[in-house]
Ligand binder design. Structure first.
Ligand code: NDP
Length: 352
């Protein structure tokens, strides 16, 4: 199942049409090209899976039934894939930061952080591609939880509906705005090694889906007032997350773009300092944290485990905000200082 899924996505990524988007590497001006066809793949996956389930060719519950086997296979794949990437990078003589010389420690660093920034195979950028099995896999696992609940109880409960709708919009939006990844930290600043590979193939599909797992047997409806609060949290989160990411993306493509109807304000023409980016330096992170809480809170107090997902994300993004700013300080120098003076808070105005 795992091999078939990843191979089919890889093949489809390669052969299906898509808009070509370029990214210019700041180090040497090399132009990398990416075929943006994730939304087409996502749509086709939904059609194939829905048709297969409708025609009773297979049941999505199979994913739930084999969750732990799939988890083991995904881990094996991630370790082997990372090792192949490590060998590939070593062969062309690329090393991770701080991993010069020979010996076990530099080798472990190379394996863990990766060696090459943008490894490709058969013309497909592997880092960009890996978001697809990762997030489409998450979508399939989520859908299988709903199928299991339907099979056992004969209906889908309101907490499960909320979880499914919220996560589906998030995933669909990711693929609809797939080109936005090209200006994210992982694509521009991280090498492709075990850390990202394991995150894509194991952490995201198997850990991020845990709230859905807990909702399978939660069939009591949620009060309307709670539903309204969850929707409000989700809408605000989505507005911040999508809005901030989109503003930055448009600004990177055209620094003269209009933000909220007015010409973009900048620091030195390089850093966006209006719109969401004029209120907080990482409001995109804040928005994403709100989204994860909105779809995990329906789990209620059944266990602390599903709530580990938004807690983890809050910690990850809090730490990442600090790490990314360190990088930006080094890259932009006084411009970054001026930006921080103008926009004083990262994720929560007046607090952090
Ligand atoms: P950002 O999208 O904020 O990208 C950071 C980069 O943007 C910086 O390194 C810098 O790069 C540029 N930048 C920062 N501030 C400005 C500014 N004011 N004007 C112009 N450029 C700026 O962060 P990430 O890449 O970390 O995250 C992208 C999205 O992915 C976020 O929405 C985040 O929430 C999400 N995410 C989700 C995770 C998950 O597990 N669910 C994990 C990690 C991220 P440059 O050198 O190009 O200028």
């Amino acid at each position: 199942m795992f091999a078939g899924f990843v191979s089919a996505l890889f093949l489809a990524s390669r052969v299906l049409p898509g808009v070509v988007q370029e990214r210019v590497l700041q180090q040497d001006g090399t132009r990398l090209q990416y075929k943006i066809n994730g939304f087409l793949l996502f749509s086709l996956l939904i059609i194939v899976v829905s048709a297969g389930a409708w025609l009773k060719l297979f049941s999505l519950t199979v994913v739930h039934a084999h969750f732990w086997s799939l988890f083991i296979v995904a881990n094996v794949f991630a370790f082997v894939f990372a090792f192949v990437l490590f060998l590939k990078g070593r062969r062309v003589g690329v090393r991770s930061v701080g991993a010069s010389g020979s010996g076990a420690v530099p080798a472990i660093r190379d394996f863990f952080y990766g060696t090459e920034f943008d490894p490709a195979w058969l013309g497909v950028d592997l880092k960009m591609f890996s978001y697809r099995p990762s997030l489409m896999g998450l979508g399939l696992i989520n859908a299988s939880f709903a199928s299991v609940q339907y099979e056992i109880y004969g209906h889908i409960s309101s907490p499960m509906w909320i979880y499914q709708i919220f996560t589906f919009i998030y995933l669909a939006n990711h693929f609809q705005f797939e080109q936005g990844i090209l200006f994210t930290w992982d694509v521009i600043a991280e090498r492709f090694g075990w850390m990202l590979v394991w995150g894509d193939y194991v952490l995201v599909p198997f850990f991020y889906s845990i709230p859905g797992w807990y909702l399978v047997h939660k069939i009591e409806p949620i009060p309307a007032s709670s539903v309204a609060c969850l929707i409000a949290l989700y809408v605000v989160g989505f507005w911040l997350f999508r809005g901030a990411n989109e503003q930055k993306h448009k600004f990177k493509l055209n620094p003269n773009v209009k933000i909220w109807g007015r010409p973009a304000e900048t620091i030195g023409g390089r850093l966006l300092a209006s719109g969401f980016w004029g209120i907080g330096r990482k409001l995109n992170y804040t928005g994403e944290v709100c989204l994860y809480w909105a779809w995990t809170l329906p789990c209620g107090a059944v266990s602390v485990i599903p709530h580990l997902v938004p807690l983890w994300l809050t910690t990850l993004l809090g730490h990442r905000a600090w790490r990314d700013e360190k990088r930006c300080r080094e890259k932009y120098g006084v411009l970054w200082m001026a930006y921080c003076e103008r926009v004083r808070f990262r994720m929560i105005p007046f607090i952090y």
